[in-house]
Write a protein that binds this ligand. Sequence first.
Ligand SMILES: C[S@@+](CC[C@H](N)C(=O)[O-])C[C@H]1O[C@@H](n2cnc3c(N)ncnc32)[C@H](O)[C@@H]1O
Length: 308
Amino acid sequence: MDVARYLVYPERWEEIPPDWEALFVRAAPLAVEIGFGNGEFLAGASQEQSDWNWVGFETSLTCVTKAGRKLARAGAEHVRLALADGRFALREIFSDESVRRVFVHFPCPWPKRSHAERRVMDEAFAQTLAAVLIPGGVFELTTDVLVYAADAATDLRAAGFDLSGPVELTTVGPGSRYEAKWRREGRRIWRLQAERGPKGSTLRVAEGTMPHVRISRLVTPDALSALVGLKETWPGGAFVVKDAYAASHGGAALLRAFATDDGFDQQYLIAVVRDGEGAMVKLDGAAVPFRTPAVKRSVAAVAAALEG
Ligand SMILES: C[S@@+](CC[C@H](N)C(=O)[O-])C[C@H]1O[C@@H](n2cnc3c(N)ncnc32)[C@H](O)[C@@H]1O
């Protein structure tokens, strides 16, 4: 089954935000679903609203694969799926006033205060929505957790949205796996719709350019080992080098690194490759991250440490 035709890898794009019309090979309204699970809603909605271009984000690889299969079985066109944090992706890979609708169905509620930063819906997300939705664009939330919908309503109202709901959804909702699951258990289901008011603004941090630094000296095994534990932290960001692996021929090495930008976490590889009498420090293609400030700082810091 041709699942690959639905998949996109925005972390590899040199142009961010991309030209979505070129990517879909047609001009059409853009709709986004965050946390599409097994893809039931996307498969149905992309058939019902076949004159729209659909983009889905999921953090679970299993879900991306299952949804891709479902789309292929349904013969869906004009849908793209990405394995990415939808909060970050919505902000970074769509320009202002470019998206007609955004859907979130049954987001994980993360009720514990210590897990609250994992929730999709918060003040920053409401700001992102206010920036990327077109005038009159609508955000739609469906949930079985009324307090989640109420909190979302507070954030959206503060961002200038015009709200409808939360109201109980007694008839058919998004038709997703979690809707079926919660209806079987007899849970009540709530829908909140929010129409964009004044345009919001949001700070985008990712860039397409690949960071790389040339250093003028050869890299010794000891210098590589000394990089493990290299870290920096600053307000809103941090990185740390976790491991170093040297190739047996000595001409190349890989560093496993972790970076965070305002709670958006990434793991990736930095390559140190011999280049004449020196070396090139750059991101390795096997695990490419979004090029955020923390990622760029880590490449620069590794190069500076090796240069001595
Ligand atoms: C409870 S499930 C609901 C799935 C589907 N919407 C449904 O109704 O059946 C929540 C889904 O959101 C995904 N998810 C959680 N946080 C996410 C994020 N920041 N970006 C994208 N997906 C996310 C999870 O992997 C999970 O598949």
